[in-house]
Design a protein around this ligand. Structure first.
Ligand SMILES: [Zn+2]
Length: 286
């Protein structure tokens, strides 16, 4: 609590300031104009005791500090991991952009639940594992989760497994380059999303390097979302049994995304549009 005596001129000014804040906070002003209704954006809450005023930090100050700290961290992570930026095609996407289609509903529910209850899942280090063929919507869904959590002031790094591995490898290969920033960021971030962890295409060394990070996160209760085109069976065949059991032990059973191929559907729509346009053009030129 801040206190002041009226004998000191600096304190006198403070008392005047606090009096004004108290009057604003306890007056009839329309509070909806302020982002914090408690302190009216003064960041302190003033109490009146007799003729003297005392002030405490408002809760929103802590929230503001936390928000600023998280934004700073997010920048640091994005700077140290090249592949971390949200891909342009997924920028600004929300759950409204993910249709309730057959084969995809359960995954959408799981993702929505994950965002709603992230504080719980984060405290336990629980992530998600999405499996399904190409084009079924795994990447879109995990980008939506990422962006929803960024809005809630969590830090998120979203990487494609292959590019991420290349980044890691480059730092190992170049002794002058610091591995620490990249690895530390990947270990520390609130949520790490690894897209396209397709065991078939990876060698042992690649899987191993990625799992050093994943294991570290599991051990330190940091959630990871994994997207893979592999079925659970082929994951088990390709990865070490320990890796798979750790992943399932932490994220629960992989969630299947199936149904129509969204890319194919998109491609068909483009073909149709083009045919219509060409049709119009032909009619004009005849
Ligand atoms: Zn406040």
């Amino acid at each position: 609590m801040y206190q002041s005596t009226t004998s000191n001129p600096v304190d006198k000014i403070k008392q005047i300031k606090w009096k004004q804040a108290w009057e604003l906070q306890n007056g009839n002003a329309d509070k909806t104009q302020f982002s914090c209704h408690i302190c009216c954006d003064k960041k302190i809450v003033v109490k009146k005791e007799g003729n003297k005023f005392t002030a405490d930090d408002c809760k929103c100050l802590e929230q503001k500090k936390l928000k600023e700290r998280k934004q700073k961290e997010q920048k640091k992570y994005e700077n140290s991991i090249k592949a971390a930026e949200i891909r342009e095609e997924f920028e600004g996407k929300t759950f409204d952009d993910f249709q309730w289609l057959k084969g995809k509903k359960e995954a959408k529910y799981a993702a929505m639940d994950y965002v709603d209850n992230f504080d719980f899942y984060q405290s336990k280090g629980i992530g998600l594992t999405f499996v399904g063929k190409c084009g079924r919507g795994k990447t879109l869904l995990s980008h939506i989760v990422s962006q929803e959590l960024l809005k809630k002031d969590h830090t998120v790094v979203n990487v494609v497994a292959k590019e991420f591995y290349d980044d890691i490898k480059a730092t190992y290969d170049d002794p002058d380059k610091k591995t620490s920033d990249l690895i530390t960021s990947a270990k520390e971030v609130d949520l790490l999303v690894i897209d396209n962890l397709n065991a078939q295409r990876f060698g042992f060394d690649e899987i191993d390097k990625l799992f050093i990070i994943i294991n570290h996160r599991i051990e330190n209760k940091k959630p990871t979302i994994i997207n893979s085109t592999c079925s659970l069976d082929s994951l088990e065949k390709k990865l070490a049994p320990d890796h798979v059991s750790r992943l399932i032990g932490k994220n629960g059973d992989p969630i299947q995304i199936s149904g129509i191929d969204m890319r194919k559907k998109h491609g068909e729509a483009i073909t149709k549009l083009r045919q219509q346009n060409i049709g119009k053009l032909k009619n004009k030129t005849i």
